[in-house]
Design a protein around this ligand. Structure first.
Ligand code: PLP
Length: 392
């Protein structure tokens, strides 16, 4: 047998990508599967962004670029944080990476040494604990159930901190729950983190996918002290339907941004050059970008309300109405099945793909992505209802 490293042996492959891949291969084989597992918008990238990338390609923008990103894109991203969020940001604090996922990994590598503890509120995005382990650090999940709206409280955070705690990961709006922390909640958690001298990685990749008029609050916007300890991760994938482009962003205090760029220089070099020129159009043609985003948001919002209503009509399911991203996270514990088994049977017997909550550190729940057409949503919820009726 091959002798694999501890890194290869210890890492769990992404369960969300695995479930989605299984659903897609069943669909490709002609099966009528309703796919609720994908973490990606079902829309296409806005036309002006695609055109800008195609133009860059035909103009020969096909060479290496500076490792932290093409200068106009770094400047545009800095301007976004300055103007939109009132977070003073220089272009030198911005790094463009090959995806929000890699932005997270770089941030963890730049802040954590072996043995450091990283507090990860659960339900968490599947990749955080694995990335922490790849850095030799120790993931410390802290579970917040639907009883606290899936949100970590300051008391829970305080109780999880030890002298080894180095980093707190926040992800609002959240994957997998869609929960959005309020300003007061972000203030309270940030205060605890600062009191203990922690770094904060704020994964804001769903920052624009907000409903019911709620606001997105970054810890970095709260104070100079908070800004000095916060690394903001974001990207283009979710907001602009650009998952396949592989473009992420990082905004960090200057020394950390520099360290992150140095790590990236040895790991991937720059993110794809012509993709960056395409992404730039999201900022240089803001009216078109806003219009495209508004169309997607309206659809997501309708689906969110529909799905929430329909899920709560199913006897045995309890589902909170979340205010961000494109996920709902219903509680299916009342059926008395392990959530893995629930999802396996749901796929095999009812042809509906959803991801088991334990993948996100939250047994007893399932994640449903509503980034899919109204027709598939309606059909899938109907099948779920029938499946659940059969379990009772
Ligand atoms: N962070 C969260 C919370 C996510 O859900 C995702 C994607 O699923 C990412 C980061 C990474 O996105 P990408 O690497 O596609 O930019």
């Amino acid at each position: 047998p091959a002798a694999l490293s501890i890194w290869a042996l210890n890492i769990a492959p992404s369960p969300t990508l695995a479930v989605d891949a299984k659903a897609k291969s069943l669909i490709a084989a002609g099966e009528d599967v309703c796919g609720f597992a994908a973490g990606e918008p079902d829309f296409d990238t806005p036309e002006h962004i695609k055109e800008a990338a195609a133009k860059a390609l035909s103009e020969g923008k096909t060479k290496y670029a500076p490792t932290p990103g093409i200068p106009p894109l770094r400047e545009a991203i800095a301007a976004k944080y300055n103007d939109f969020y009132k977070i003073p940001t220089e272009a030198s604090q911005v790094v463009v990476s090959p995806g929000g996922k890699f932005s997270c990994y770089l941030t963890i590598l730049a802040t954590c040494s072996p043995g450091d503890e990283v507090i990860i509120p659960a339900p968490y995005w599947v990749s955080y604990p694995e990335m922490v382990k790849l850095a030799g650090a120790v993931p410390v999940p802290v579970l917040a159930t639907d009883e606290t709206g899936f949100k970590l409280t300051p008391a829970m955070l305080e109780a999880a901190i030890t002298p080894r705690t180095r980093l707190l990961i926040l992800n609002s709006p959240s994957n997998p729950t869609g929960a959005v922390y309020t300003r007061a909640e972000i203030e309270a958690l940030t205060a605890v983190a600062l009191r203990h001298n922690l770094y904060l990685m704020s994964d804001e990749i769903y920052e624009h996918l907000l409903y019911d008029g709620v606001e997105h609050v970054s810890p970095a916007s709260l104070s100079v002290e908070a800004r000095a300890r916060t690394i903001i991760v974001s990207g283009f994938a979710k907001t602009y339907a650009m998952t396949g482009w592989r473009l992420g962003t990082i905004v960090a205090p200057a020394p950390i941004a520099k360290a992150i760029a140095e790590l990236q220089s040895q790991m991937t070099s720059n993110a794809t050059t012509f993709a960056q020129w395409g992404a730039l159009a999201a900022y240089t043609q803001p009216e078109k970008t806003q219009a495209a985003l508004a169309v997607m948001l309206e659809k997501f919002d309708q689906r969110r309300k529909f799905l929430h209503f329909e899920l709560n009509r199913i006897p045995g399911i309890k589902c909170l109405l979340s205010q961000g991203a494109f996920y709902l996270f219903p509680n299916v514990a009342s059926f008395g099945l392990d959530d893995r088994v629930f999802c396996e049977r749901l796929l095999d017997e009812a042809k509906v793909a959803a991801v088991h909550g334990s993948a996100f550190g939250a047994p007893g729940f399932i994640r449903i992505s509503y980034a899919t057409s109204e027709m598939i949503l309606a059909k899938g919820v109907g099948r779920l209802a029938q499946f659940c009726a059969g379990l009772r």
